[in-house]
Write a protein that binds this ligand. Structure first.
Ligand code: CP3
Length: 340
């Protein structure tokens, strides 16, 4: 039995004694304790693929920051890799795919991931669950098919994602084929994360905001919806960064929680998403402010969500140069200000 199940209860829409809080991208980057482990290794991938160490950095923010959940240390890009497209994590730059998908024959050389290909993730989840010893829930995750597709086409980050968007116009059948393969890979992967012990799942659609609304329905939400329908074991959170116009359609997803970024209007979201829990949405830059300011902004955020099931978080991942003490102050402020 979990000792702290606030996030799970909030995700189910239940009233909780205070607002639960965690941070996207809490594991890693900001913590000197993470960097100490990371610097001993050949790189990011070695850490992701070494279950004992992945478990250790997963638990660090629970011990150091006092968050109400752990999120398994991994990356959304393990899925393209399991499908046959290897990624590299370039120091200080980010992900890079030496080979990308350009034509239909490139898709033919890929496969739907065999869930057992990612056994290092499941092993890390099992170790984490054991070491957490029921203190807080463990969040499993995957990228949304559209976001994964973007990386497989672009080969890395992009300002415009114009190669990925171009394909939606020039060859929608090819796009659909690849998106379906990613979707099927993701369903098997998430089911295995749950079998290994994940208590709740988050789907990250980080590049949702680059699509026009009609394409977002057709080339992103459709596949997210398929995943939500297939995963019935635990509650799901869908975070679609930048897709504020999609909120009315997201009501129909078989998920419990919708993540909001800091551009989204909370009052509107509360109205539109009456039966869903909301997660978010402090601007990560607020954590560059003084403690006094962080408290004021946190108070404003909590007030905005008042009367609605809420999981406090930032509106996107915490930025790497954020002072961990400010993160801690934010977490303590949520706990203090939301206690009824
Ligand atoms: O949230 C967590 O703390 C768990 C671990 C986690 C990582 N990546 C570890 C990581 C999670 C949930 C992710 C998700 C992820 N990865 C997303 C979706 C979330 C989002 O922020 O929008 C995306 C788009 C990626 C792809 C990715 N991985 C990028 C663009 C980068 C480089 C830039 C960056 O954000 O650091 C990564 C690398 C990465 N993934 C790091 C970490 C801790 C930094 C690598 C390092 O240790 O040097």
């Amino acid at each position: 039995m979990l000792k702290n199940d606030l996030i799970l209860r909030a995700a189910r829409g239940e009233k909780t004694e205070r607002t639960p809080v965690w941070l996207m991208r809490q594991a890693g980057r900001i913590l000197p304790e993470y960097r100490a482990i990371r610097n001993r290794l050949s790189g990011f991938k070695e850490l992701v693929e070494t279950p004992e160490l992945a478990a250790e950095v997963t638990i660090q923010p629970v011990d150091i920051l006092g968050v109400d959940a752990a999120i398994i240390f991994s990356d959304i890009l393990v899925i393209p890799e399991a499908m046959g497209l290897t990624y590299e994590m370039v120091e200080k730059k980010g992900p890079h795919f030496p080979k990308t998908v350009e034509k239909i024959s490139d898709i033919d050389s890929l496969k739907v991931a065999d869930p057992s290909d990612l056994s290092y993730v499941y092993e890390a989840i099992k170790i984490t669950k054991k070491e957490l010893n029921e203190r807080v829930p463990l969040i499993g995750f995957a990228g949304a098919p559209w976001t994964i597709f973007s990386y497989m086409i672009e080969g890395g980050g992009s300002k415009t994602f114009s190669k990925a968007r171009k394909l939606l116009y020039s060859n929608p059948e090819m796009a659909d084929k690849l998106l379906n393969m990613i979707t099927d890979s993701t369903i098997g992967y998430l089911k295995n994360q749950i079998k290994a012990g994940a208590d709740i799942i988050q789907i990250f659609d980080s590049w949702a905001g680059v699509l026009p609304p009609e394409h977002y329905s057709q080339f992103s939400l459709k596949y997210i919806s398929k995943i939500c329908q297939a995963i019935t074991e635990v509650p799901i959170t869908v975070f679609a960064k930048g897709a504020w116009w999609a909120l009315p359609e997201m009501v129909n997803l078989d998920c419990r929680t919708i993540g909001l970024d800091w551009n989204m209007d909370v009052a509107t979201a509360k109205n539109v998403l009456k039966d869903k829990t909301l997660q978010g949405n402090l601007d990560p830059c607020a954590l560059y402010g003084s403690n006094e300011l962080i408290k004021i902004e946190t108070k404003k955020m909590l007030k905005g969500f008042q009367g609605h099931p809420h999981i406090a978080n930032l509106g996107h991942g915490v930025y790497p140069d954020t002072d961990p003490n400010k993160v801690k102050y934010f977490i303590e402020s949520v706990k203090e200000l939301s206690t009824s």
